[in-house]
Design a protein. Structure first.
Length: 260
């Protein structure tokens, strides 16, 4: 009986010690330094720290159809990219984007990005936009052959979506400056030729609805960003191609694919 009591006390002590270690880890010494991912805030010396990157799949009806889905029946679904997948693209500059390894079918997907400065669980749709700090133009770059290969095998397709620099993004523009985006042109050109051309009001699930849906599955937090879906006519790029993404009310995003 004494041994059992002693064992219980030891387990309790270890659990307590474990909690203490977790609590103090942030201030403890580390053998190396990891820079936290962030995106500059337009018109400010501040940066927006990126906690998580959520992405919604097939959120424009025509794109859902070109990917083999029926947009009238599918509920929204989400996936994530690592926070350090962000690649910042400055206003007025063209940023080199290395062609990634393992793929022979590398696709662009232009998207409106919402950045959150508040969090919550089970957020009602009518309150969801209160969480949004600002917006940016982003690209959800995709190794399409790897994504489809994993899908065919009924395996997770992170390798097709969640790789280095797979989320080029412009600066965050505060809601106080640009308002909320419920409509407006979203256009991508490759080498000057229009490839994607749609309107934000063609989203199946609005940004507010996406936030509400996500908050049912996750506790949203400040620093989360949401890639809100891409229009139809996604397609491949190769080294040397220039991608120019524009959303009405936000600056141009200019990215050149270079050899990896």
């Amino acid at each position: 009986m004494q041994r059992r009591h002693a064992l219980g006390a030891a387990v309790t002590g270890l659990a307590t010690a474990g909690c203490a270690c977790t609590t103090t880890a942030a201030s403890a010494a580390s053998p190396f330094t990891v820079a936290p991912p962030s995106v500059p805030i337009a018109g400010s010396a501040e940066v927006f720290p990126v906690r998580r990157i959520y992405c919604i799949g097939r959120n424009y009806a025509a794109h859902a159809r070109e990917m083999g889905s029926d947009p009238t029946r599918e509920p929204p679904f989400f996936f994530q990219k690592p926070s350090d997948a962000v690649q910042f693209v400055a206003i007025g500059k063209t940023t080199d984007h290395p062609y990634p390894p393992l793929t022979k079918n590398y696709h662009y997907e232009l998207e409106l990005v919402a950045a959150l400065h508040k969090g919550g669980r089970n957020v009602p749709v009518e309150k969801a936009l209160d969480l949004v700090y600002g917006y940016a133009v982003g690209l959800d770059m995709t190794r399409r052959d790897l994504q489809r290969g994993m899908g065919d095998q009924k395996k997770p397709w992170e390798i097709g979506k969640s790789f280095d620099r797979s989320a080029p993004i412009g600066p965050i523009h505060r809601v106080a400056q640009v308002g909320h985006f419920t409509a407006g042109a979203i256009t991508l050109k490759v080498n000057g030729q229009v490839k994607q051309d749609a309107n934000l009001n063609q989203m199946i699930w609005s940004v507010a609805e996406q936030i509400a849906q996500l908050s049912q599955a996750f506790e949203l937090m400040p620093g989360d960003i949401i890639f809100s879906g891409t229009p139809e006519n996604v397609g491949p790029v190769v080294a040397g191609d220039l991608m120019e993404g524009s959303i009405a009310g936000l600056p141009l995003l200019s990215v050149k694919v270079v050899a990896g």
